[in-house]
Design a protein around this ligand. Structure first.
Ligand SMILES: C[S@@+](CC[C@H](N)C(=O)[O-])C[C@H]1O[C@@H](n2cnc3c(N)ncnc32)[C@H](O)[C@@H]1O
Length: 499
């Protein structure tokens, strides 16, 4: 995918920063810069410290902003922050509001109050940054003082149960609000899963308090929407960033269910990550019309094309349950049936390999995983000695919320997928199963049964769920196969079994 095509046209990081120049100008950048054989300067994106220094250097060089990012805090990557800010500028201009006259609220401003700093510095906006974490508040206030922006930025501590209520002053009207909410659920494995499954491109930064919240971003933004219904046009344009595409669909649906139709959404595309922006307004459409505001939205197909033939694998030693390729074929057929996944073009069973194509139309494996988690919870509660009535009462609540969540997911998929992706399935991928042998150092060709392993290749072919769907199905299969602890992907030496 040509990322540059979708990054905001006024985003200066459409062109990558000149690392050589930064290394010459800034000693601290020089320390983390690496010169490769061709004389090209780069940095190690897997090093958290390098990311922090890069951000600090760019803020200094491009915006004359002086900050230090605390080692345990989130690295506020500038290209993404700038994409959001430029979209806010588009919305303000579209609504005939002048940037140097507007007042904005940044919800969850963080230790660096990055949005407030950039908006105040670039446009001279009046900004209020809210934050629940006391250390972050202190650090953000220090950033404001250090950059002499006290006349434009106010940082306030708020109560975690409220989004806007501690912030609004009497009858004052604010022009916009923005937010980069904590994305992950407190109990969610998504946070760790993302870190474990995805190939490590960038070091993860940020602590649990910054990245996790009860109920994840949907719950956080839902509270924001509910409070906005009470406050109506006290804020002219409410906005938030969204981390997951499925959540964007849920939240758009929630807005519609509250009869809020003056809405818009956009994509923030930079590097490998895509985020989404959602905005809504209670101001009459003849004054603020978000439905006609400029946006950036790429077609689903363009992501898919770039993923074509991306492959991942599940490799594990043979065991009692899976000791012949027939066992694996039966397992895949049964799983596909259980998950309502189409299985096509299955090849002949060749003793040591077998292939087929699978077509999934919904994330049925995710619902199954939740059910399994629920069953585990019941078993644990029984073991703890809870009575069946008590378990039933508690589980009823959980099951109801799971059902609501599933129903919402289904509806979202139906609505947003139909609109955005016509009839493209969620995931089309080829499965290729091989029996292989681990090459041992002392024998050249002889493979004993105990050295045999299974490798299931999953090759992406199509589908709007992209790599996310592929990886989540892989994780489901690993769990179902019961080989989580035995995964051997990328073993040092693997060779095809000789027949
Ligand atoms: C993902 S971080 C975003 C930080 C910063 N805005 C950025 O973009 O880098 C989310 C922030 O929201 C804060 N937060 C969580 N709940 C909040 C609430 N109810 N009101 C204000 N801030 C909150 C967290 O402490 C954290 O600093």
């Amino acid at each position: 995918m040509n990322v540059k095509k979708y990054i905001h046209p006024r985003n200066k990081y459409k062109r990558p920063p000149d690392y050589k120049k930064l290394a010459i100008l800034y000693p601290e950048f020089r320390e983390i810069a690496i010169m490769d054989f061709s004389g090209k300067m780069r940095i190690d994106f897997k090093e958290r410290k390098s990311l922090h220094v890069l951000t600090e250097t760019l803020l200094k060089h491009d915006f004359d902003l002086h900050v230090n990012i605390p080692p345990d805090n989130l690295n506020p990557a500038i290209p993404l922050r700038l994409n959001y800010i430029l979209w806010i500028e588009d919305l303000m201009m579209h609504s005939k509001l002048q940037m140097d006259k507007v007042t904005g609220i940044d919800i969850g401003t963080g230790a660096v109050c990055i949005y407030a700093l950039l908006l105040a510095k670039i446009y001279k906006c009046q900004m209020i940054g809210t934050e629940v974490n006391k250390d972050s508040v202190k650090h953000a206030q220090e950033c404001v003082r250090r950059n002499k922006l006290q006349n434009l930025i106010e940082i306030i501590t708020v109560n975690s149960n409220r989004i806007f209520k501690d912030t609004m002053q009497n009858d004052k009207v604010y022009d916009f609000s923005m937010c980069n909410p904590p994305f992950f659920e407190s109990e969610d494995d998504g946070f760790d899963k993302v870190a474990k499954i995805l190939p490590p491109r960038n070091a993860s930064t940020g602590n649990d308090g910054e990245l996790k919240t009860e109920g994840g971003e949907v719950a956080f933004v839902t509270r924001m929407i509910e409070e906005s219904v009470e406050m109506q046009d006290r804020i002219k344009i409410y906005s938030t960033m969204i981390g997951k595409k499925a959540d964007l669909a849920s939240l758009r649906r929630l807005l519609r269910s509250r009869n809020i139709t003056n809405i818009t959404w956009t994509e923030f595309c930079q590097g490998y990550t895509t985020r989404w922006g959602l905005a809504w307004s209670f101001v009459p459409q003849n004054i603020v019309n978000l439905t006609t505001a400029p946006v950036i939205r790429k077609r689903g197909k363009s992501i898919v094309r770039s993923l074509k033939n991306y492959k991942i694998s599940i490799t594990f030693p043979m065991n009692d349950k899976f000791s012949y390729i027939d066992d694996m074929i039966s397992f895949i057929r049964a799983t596909a049936e259980e998950l309502n996944i189409e299985l096509q073009n299955a090849s002949e069973d060749n003793f040591d390999n077998w292939s087929c194509q699978i077509i999934a139309r919904e994330r049925s494996w995710e619902h199954t995983r939740r059910k399994r988690r629920l069953a585990q919870q019941i078993a644990m509660k029984r073991a703890k000695g809870e009575t069946d009535e008590c378990i039933e009462a508690n589980m009823c609540i959980e099951e109801t919320s799971i059902k609501i969540e599933n129903d919402m997911k289904k509806l979202n998929e139906e609505r947003s997928d139909k609109k955005l992706f016509d009839d493209t399935p969620l995931l089309v991928c080829k499965l290729w199963v091989e029996v292989m042998g681990i090459e041992s150092s002392d024998s050249e060709d002889i493979i004993t049964q105990s050295d045999e392993i299974f490798r299931i290749w999953m090759i992406f072919e199509d589908g709007h769920g992209g790599l996310d769907a592929l990886h989540s199905l892989r994780q489901y299969l690993i769990n179902k196969l019961g080989v989580r602890e035995k995964i051997l992907d990328n073993p040092l030496k693997i060779k095809k079994k000789k027949s």
